[in-house]
Design a protein around this ligand. Structure first.
Ligand SMILES: [Zn+2]
Length: 375
């Protein structure tokens, strides 16, 4: 009797084995919109964010917009930023390891380097860029450092020395500077010449952004069509539109149709717009036939807690099939970034979290270098 029972148990375990092995593997996700930030980048921490926002704030003008904004409508999932720079870094890396995320990391070169050193295989170095404000300073708050614009020559040197691999996030929209502004021309030419992928913010700021310090921010510049002249002049430029030109869907569809090289990523809109509005937008892009040009992004800033709700928004999207989800999470970004087969294989290996038994032998994830385990 015992023997029969044992045989049955072994048989059941045999059937379950593939599922158990699967559970030890996390397919990689490429997050095309991350930032290396200090804890106080957006003001004194802790700061709250809704993920997702359920209702938009309202201003009746009896108090300042900043005061009214501080009383934003509550939400079910409130995410708080940590108090120290180290916690911002460590919390972000922890979520990345849990979900096997590789992130395009914008920021100032010094801080990007610090984050890269902490988890070298988890990040692709980016470069935040704004023509009128210090690199890495996306917001009105800023960090108080003296502004000196990085020249195209300096950018060339930084790129060639490995200081960054993606020019992003380009944040000129906060300064009311259009993509086709003549001051940007040498940078577009440089990116095209050196084949540097570029990510540019085209979408919303905060609600009432214009009253929060970025007085030149304009809602009409949320249109993806602001990129048109750049794409005409630089057909070889590899560019993706961060925040997908939300909420101007028709403008985006026109751009994607006419410029088949253009990609988008969906960061922030998965969290700071009500989920139904985000789904309406994303479904419009997918229904338009562009699911192979949508990439995942979180724009986690100082909130590592924004990453998981963003992942969940794609995983739970009822109109996406399994292939489309994998494309958005990984395949589209791998193609856009022109990752080679070895890089892709490595990202998959990084998702193997523990040793596993295969055909009676123990196969350890020995191809992971030691430094990877410290991440
Ligand atoms: Zn942005």
């Amino acid at each position: 009797m015992l023997k029969i029972f044992m045989n049955c148990l072994i048989f059941v375990l045999f059937l379950l084995a593939p599922a158990l092995l699967q559970a030890q593997k996390r397919l990689p996700i490429i997050d095309m919109h991350m930032h290396a930030r200090t804890a106080n980048h957006y003001g004194p921490p802790p700061l709250a964010m809704c993920a997702p926002v359920e209702k938009m704030p309202l201003w009746n003008q009896t108090e300042s917009w900043e005061e009214a904004l501080a009383k934003s409508p509550p939400c079910k999932n409130m995410v708080w930023s940590p108090k120290t720079d180290e916690e911002v870094l460590q919390q972000t890396i922890a979520v990345m390891k849990k979900h096997n995320i590789i992130g395009m990391l914008g920021g100032k070169p010094e801080l990007v380097k610090k984050w890269m050193d902490a988890a070298p295989r988890r990040f692709i170095p980016g470069l935040d860029f704004r023509l009128d404000r210090a690199t890495g300073t996306a917001t009105a708050v800023g960090d108080g450092s003296k502004f000196k614009l990085m020249s195209p020559d300096e950018m060339r040197v930084l790129y060639k020395s490995g200081g960054f691999a993606v020019l992003g996030e380009v944040l000129n929209q906060y300064a009311g500077i259009a993509p086709d502004d003549e001051r940007m021309e040498p940078y577009w030419a440089l990116a095209e010449e050196l084949d540097i992928p570029v990510g540019i913010h085209i979408g919303g700021g905060g609600p009432g952004e214009v009253y929060l310090g970025n007085s030149k921010f304009r809602a009409r510049m949320q249109s993806a069509l602001t990129m048109e002249e750049v794409l005409v002049r630089h057909p070889k430029l590899r560019v993706y539109i961060m925040h997908a030109g939300y909420p101007m869907l028709d403008d985006l569809l026109a751009l994607l149709f006419n410029y088949p090289q253009a990609y988008v990523e969906v960061s922030v809109i998965a969290n700071v717009e009500p989920r139904a509005a985000f789904y309406r937008y994303l479904k419009g892009i997918v229904d338009g036939g562009y699911s192979e040009r949508v990439m995942f992004g979180s724009d986690q800033m100082v909130w590592a807690g924004l990453i998981e709700p963003a992942i969940e928004s794609i995983e739970k999207a009822p109109f996406l099939n399994r292939q489309q989800k994998r494309d958005i999470f990984y395949n589209n970004a791998a193609r856009f970034l022109r990752l080679n087969p070895e890089q892709i294989a490595q990202h998959h290996r990084m998702g193997i979290t523990s040793s596993k038994r295969v055909s009676g032998k123990t196969q350890k994830s020995h191809n992971k270098p030691n430094r990877d385990r410290k991440q």
